[in-house]
Design a binder for this molecule. Structure first.
Ligand code: SF4
Length: 269
């Protein structure tokens, strides 16, 4: 994280952290020339992965590398690393600690999350199988610095898999400080403990009633709607907007501190 000494420097000279980092790549003890592209840590029952790389998903990015965060349960890691052929249903049913009570999680019975697709599932298994027990140490300062380095001037997608509000606030704060932009969504917005995450993430809502409720507790909404009459801006990467943009370029789904002030909606087809 950025030491207070540097923060005072930014305030004194009235420059942004991003600008300062561009000018001096060796500040804060961070060497921006050597960089890892994946950091793993374990906290409680969950395993966190932050990875920099490309995606073939045009809705997310236009081919540039991006940083994505993943939260798996330790149970999912054990299953993936010790057996084969168990199937998606069994894998996603083990998401109690990393997806909590999200209505689209496997542990809640119905599933239906957009991550429960075969290609993504295969990617998750391969990611989990590449994690060794030696990787499962806590998030220390070195790991945090590596994450900040890889996020510098890059679009960051929080919660590519798993609940992003399980990430430490201090880490999210540091990442968003140096990132080119970010997006994130939470189904935990109604929980008191998750209120602070409204600064960076959108409340995942589904209609005008939930939208109003989220607004009263300080969240902007991302409304996945079947009606589409809600007062909100249509996602430019949606079918109804003719796939005009992508998240890396748009970045509107970035909570109160990010880009824009309005709620966003997308039609559920
Ligand atoms: S509004 Fe922008 S950031 Fe949000 S989902 Fe659509 S393209 Fe992505």
């Amino acid at each position: 994280m950025v030491p207070s000494k540097e923060k005072k420097f930014f305030i004194r000279f009235n420059i942004s952290l991003t600008h300062y980092l561009k000018l001096s790549p060796f500040v804060c003890g961070i060497n921006y020339r050597s960089m890892k592209n994946r950091i793993v840590w374990k906290e409680g029952e969950n395993i966190f992965v932050v990875r920099k790389g490309k995606t073939s998903n045009d809705k997310i990015s236009n081919g540039k590398p991006l940083v994505q965060t993943y939260t798996f349960s330790e149970k999912q890691w054990v299953l993936a690393s010790t057996s084969k052929g168990f199937g998606m249903k069994k894998f996603f049913a083990l998401d109690g600690s990393n997806c909590l009570d999200c209505p689209y999680s496997g542990n809640q019975g119905k599933g239906g999350c957009y991550t429960h697709k075969f290609n993504q599932y295969v990617g998750f298994l391969s990611m989990l199988r590449s994690i060794s027990i030696e990787d499962l140490t806590p998030l220390d300062r070195d790991k945090q610095n590596e994450i900040i380095k890889m996020s510098f001037n890059t679009y960051v997608r929080f919660g590519t898999y798993g609940e992003p509000s399980l990430l430490p606030i201090s880490l999210i704060n540091g990442i968003s400080y140096v990132a080119d932009g970010w997006t994130g969504y939470t189904h935990q917005w109604e929980k008191k403990w998750a209120n602070e995450y409204s600064q960076w993430f959108m409340a995942s809502t589904h209609d005008a009633k939930e939208q109003r409720k989220a607004r009263t507790i300080g969240f902007r909404s991302f409304i996945a709607t079947t009606i589409g009459t809600e007062k909100a801006v249509s996602c430019p990467a949606s079918k109804e907007m003719d796939y005009k943009s992508n998240c890396a370029k748009c970045g509107l789904c970035s909570g109160v501190l990010g880009k824009g002030t309005k709620d966003i909606k997308i039609l559920e087809h």
